[in-house]
Design a protein around this ligand. Structure first.
Ligand SMILES: CC(=O)SCCNC(=O)CCNC(=O)[C@H](O)C(C)(C)COP(=O)(O)OP(=O)(O)OC[C@H]1O[C@@H](n2cnc3c(N)ncnc32)[C@H](O)[C@@H]1OP(=O)(O)O
Length: 412
């Protein structure tokens, strides 16, 4: 593909980042993210980038910024879609705010279109950056903290089958099928390859805090009915902390047993679970909400509908719908303009129309609704969408609704 430049920054050129420049790209990333990784982690990042679609921004011959996209598959209502995970977006401090990210994303979007990737996603370092490029909050997460100095108070009886610890080497083979089943319920979940399970989830070393133990895996049920992946850390005199990284259960009783387990580990006084689903049943079956507290809520996966039509055609709908959407997309104008969305027993269609719009909204806000996390009526109430035909937002909301809240816990 030819390199392209953007008018506001004639000096920067955007083109594919060749493998020969991976080390320079990593140096740039560690500079921008203030990181100093060891040789092992650097080699891991290098390998990850090798498998990515990569774009560089060049000032003359010098690489001054990069962004990459990792080929993931994301669960969406009723199925899954290829979804590049945008990552390692970094600009040299000497070249910030000169349109490097803007130009690289334009180049990346073109490369995604060439691959027929209808959506893209990312985790943002700062929430303010990506809305302008059409990314919306596709999933949200809660940080939950549990005071485990006393037994976990529950309103339901936990499953009383025995718990067993799995070795990290054996865990992926045993956990994968259950995790995969949860992807059918919860949009926003990434398909975990065996390498992803091993390198990301079962990594012996916590990349961000070396004080944490290796991953521990506790399982319940044969066949598997639930699991928790957690790490612990304890300073000499301070009470220990249990960090729950992932917990999946097929029933509330199984979830209750797993939460009871992680809150009853000796020499620990607190459990922290980061990125829990906003509709985590724990928040209802915990008897004492002073003991189980949501301490933070945050945007998790930011979603970009690169090809709105394909994205809308390839998800399912919870109710029949017949509305004209007028989507505004400044970066990918092919998505803009009034389109007639219908879905029912005969299937789904989304075609351009001259009919007047029922709802107008920006592509980032449609992206926020796409997995079922944000609702069109909430957007109207917030002044972010305009409802031209009374009841249209409610009708669209009924169609986009998902039974479970969308949720993402895999960072990249
Ligand atoms: C998916 C990921 O990898 S998330 C990680 C993102 N990377 C980082 O946080 C590393 C450190 N930061 C950086 O490398 C850079 O500052 C980046 C990547 C965040 C931004 O790159 P830049 O090339 O400076 O962005 P660019 O010049 O294209 O900015 C486009 C617009 O976004 C705005 N913008 C960009 N970054 C920020 C920010 N951090 N805060 C507020 N506004 C921002 C710019 O002001 C500009 O606004 P305008 O169009 O109104 O003038």
């Amino acid at each position: 593909m030819a390199s392209r430049s953007i008018p506001c920054t004639p000096v920067l050129k955007f083109r594919e980042l060749p493998e020969s420049e991976l080390d320079r790209a990593l140096d740039l990333a560690y500079l921008a993210f203030h990181e100093k990784p060891g040789a092992e982690l650097r080699a891991h990042h290098r390998e990850l980038l090798r498998g990515c679609v990569r774009v560089g921004a060049y000032d003359g011959d010098a690489l001054v910024a990069t962004v990459s996209a990792f080929p993931f598959t994301l669960s969406v209502p009723g199925g899954e879609l290829p979804c590049p995970g945008v990552t390692f977006a970094c600009v040299a401090p000497t070249h910030r705010r000169r349109g490097a990210l803007t130009g690289m994303l334009a180049e990346l979007f073109a490369r995604c279109a060439a691959q027929d990737w209808p959506i893209a996603a990312l985790w943002a370092s700062e929430a303010v950056i990506y809305g302008r490029f059409g990314f919306g909050e596709g999933t949200r997460g809660f940080t939950v903290e549990i005071d485990s100095t006393r037994p976990l108070a529950l309103r339901i009886a936990p499953d009383d089958r025995p718990l067993r610890l799995l070795s990290p080497a054996d865990a992926p083979a045993q956990l994968a099928a259950l995790y995969d089943r949860t992807r059918a319920d919860r949009p926003g979940r990434i398909a975990r390859t065996r390498a992803w399970w091993t390198d990301e989830w079962m990594n012996q070393k916590d990349e961000e805090d070396s004080a944490y133990s290796p991953p521990r895996v506790v399982a319940l049920g044969e066949p598997l009915a639930g699991y928790a992946i957690y790490r612990t850390k304890r300073d000499h005199d301070a009470p220990g902390l249990v960090r729950v990284d992932d917990l999946e259960a097929e029933s509330p009783a199984v979830a209750a047993a797993l939460w009871q387990y992680v809150t009853s580990i000796d020499l620990t006084a607190k459990v922290r679970a980061w990125g829990r689903p906003v509709d985590d049943p724990l928040l209802l079956f915990a008897a004492d909400r002073d003991q189980v507290r949501v301490t933070a809520g945050f945007p998790a996966l930011w979603l970009r509908l690169l090809d709105v039509r394909t994205a809308l055609l390839r998800r399912s709908y919870a109710a029949p719908v017949d509305v004209v959407l007028d989507v505004h997309d400044a970066h990918l104008p092919a998505n803009s303009g009034p389109h007639h969305l219908t879905s029912g027993p005969a299937g789904t269609s989304y075609e351009p129309t001259h009919d007047p719009a029922d709802i107008s909204l920006a592509v980032r806000d449609l992206a926020a609704c796409y997995l079922g996390g944000t609702t069109p009526t909430a957007l109207v109430r917030a002044g972010l969408a305009t409802e031209h035909a009374p009841g249209a937002a409610a009708a669209l909301e009924a169609a986009l609704r998902t039974e479970w809240s969308p949720h993402t816990v895999d960072g990249f």
